[in-house]
Design a protein around this ligand. Structure first.
Ligand code: SF4
Ligand code: SF4
Length: 327
């Protein structure tokens, strides 16, 4: 069975990764650390974002990560990851962590089981890395949290990354959270302990039809803005205000809107205007820029048809009312 090398994919295209876990289990920190590890080098373009509902502790969550030598254009969820992580085995009860992974993909699992047991149980075909992250967390941090080990195992799965950088990047993420030095030291120990504990193998247990990608059927009842990507800070403009003299423009002279709804669910203000359309589900007609558009650029970035742009705008004052007031 041929394993698709994640490192090679990284060099030649976009390496797409996805993780499944439970809220409070450290999945977001693991993915953020991996994103930061790549983002520290100017040659990599990185897109990372977690997805969760009004997550209470224990709810299923997902994280997505794309890395490439070229700017990452895709703005949708990762549905065909080459590398996938199962941070919490309980999360696999309600989500297929291997969904869409191609034959020969790579699977990282936080578990006490062997890679072969995992491959058999989850019907996996490809490279399987198993690491007892919860046990390592318990041993070093007195807490069964596997994110440290999952992160290290992900870096091992990708390959070609300096271990010192791997360690320091994770600790830097913790420092941002003002973790005391004593705890940082214990995290450092856990990072080092993980390396020895990763076991891997290549297996072929997937049956035809296992883990097939489901067809995209729209975003359903998600709240507006739910998909807003938490990009790395240099790109994250969703918290800014519109610059004076500029405004959002929408033009669809060729009726090219596909109704994909990316703009609708990505707009943090929920102000994209649309109408029902029999063929496409919805047809976007513009954005309510007169109210809360902050020109964050999300709609511009996500529209596959490039129907949004920003342009100069001069405020035209209507003095009629002022005259009325004066008279
Ligand atoms: S630029 Fe305006 S309309 Fe577009 S996503 Fe941001 S707030 Fe919404
Ligand atoms: S305007 Fe663009 S992003 Fe929005 S639904 Fe149409 S094609 Fe999709």
């Amino acid at each position: 069975m041929r394993v698709i090398d994640p490192r090679q994919r990284l060099e030649s295209g976009v390496l797409e990764m996805r993780g499944d876990g439970k809220a409070g289990g450290g999945l977001v920190l693991a993915f953020q650390s991996l994103a930061a590890l790549f983002a520290a080098r100017p040659e990599w373009h990185v897109q990372e974002w977690p997805f969760f509902s009004s997550a209470r502790r224990g709810a299923n969550i997902r994280s997505f990560l794309r890395v490439s030598r070229r700017p990452v254009e895709a703005a949708c969820e990762v549905t065909r990851p080459l590398l996938t992580l199962l941070m919490d085995e309980a999360a696999a009860r309600s989500a297929d962590f291997a969904e869409g992974v191609p034959h020969g993909g790579t699977f990282v699992i936080n578990t006490r089981r062997t890679p072969e047991e995992c491959a058999q149980h989850f019907h996996l075909s490809g490279r399987v890395l198993a690491v007892p992250g919860d046990d390592i967390g318990t041993q070093h941090l007195k807490h069964a949290i596997g994110n440290i080990s999952a992160y290290v195992a992900l870096t091992e799965a990708v390959g070609g990354l300096e271990f010192d950088d791997v360690v320091e990047t994770f600790l830097a993420q913790l420092k941002k959270r003002r973790i005391p030095q004593q705890l940082l030291d214990r995290n450092r120990d856990a990072l080092h302990a993980t390396r020895e504990a990763i076991v891997e193998g290549v297996f072929d247990f997937a049956r035809p039809g296992d883990h097939a990608s489901t067809r995209f059927e729209g975003y359903g009842d998600l709240p507006l803005g739910a998909q807003t990507r938490l990009r790395l800070s240099q790109n994250n403009k969703t918290a800014t205000f519109a610059r004076s003299g500029f405004r959002l423009l929408f033009a669809d002279p060729l009726n090219a809107c596909t109704g994909c709804s990316h703009c609708i669910v990505n707009c943090p203000e929920g102000i994209i205007r649309f109408e029902p359309d029999t063929a496409r589900g919805v047809r976007v007609t513009g954005a309510d820029v007169s109210s809360f558009c902050k020109l964050c650029g999300e709609c511009i970035a996500v529209c596959p048809e490039n129907l949004f742009s920003e342009g100069r705008y001069e405020e035209v004052w209507d003095d009629t009312h002022a005259e009325e007031v004066r008279s």
